[in-house]
Design a protein around this ligand. Structure first.
Ligand code: AMP
Ligand code: ZN
Length: 114
């Protein structure tokens, strides 16, 4: 459920400060500390899952809820509406997939591209 050595578990528990975007009983979202777009936040399940690979069929609804929530939160954070605006979702998975933090997270990026 919770990994004592995981930075995102510590953020969820409030042990490490973050700029919170959203929270419910299953999901936590917070601004990325090194944003690579005008809007850039991370959505994480509160349960510690190292990556998408460990997600189970029982978590399908949770993953679906995260996907449905992402564009809503992006718009609340200043993303222009679809289709002119829109957002990009990214789930880095594994070392070669560019994953640096081993707690499943969805990057949500939006805003004008440079
Ligand atoms: P990834 O490469 O997909 O594992 O992305 C990890 C992301 O977590 C990076 O974009 C980091 O900037 C971000 N990150 C790392 N530590 C923190 C933190 N304490 N608060 C917010 N974002 C963080
Ligand atoms: Zn964790």
């Amino acid at each position: 459920m919770h990994d004592a050595d995981c930075i995102f578990c510590k953020i969820i528990a409030g042990q490490i400060p973050s700029r919170k975007v959203y929270e419910d009983e299953e999901i936590f979202a917070f601004h990325d500390i090194h944003p690579s777009a005008p809007v850039h936040f991370l959505m994480v399940p509160k349960v510690h899952l190292p990556s998408l690979v460990q997600a189970q069929p029982a978590q399908a609804a949770l993953l679906g809820r995260m996907l449905l929530l992402a564009p809503q939160l992006a718009q609340e954070q200043g993303c222009a509406p679809y289709p002119e605006g829109g957002c990009r979702l990214m789930i880095n998975t594994g070392t070669q997939g560019g994953q640096e933090v081993d707690h499943l997270h969805v990057h949500v990026l939006a805003g004008p591209r440079p």
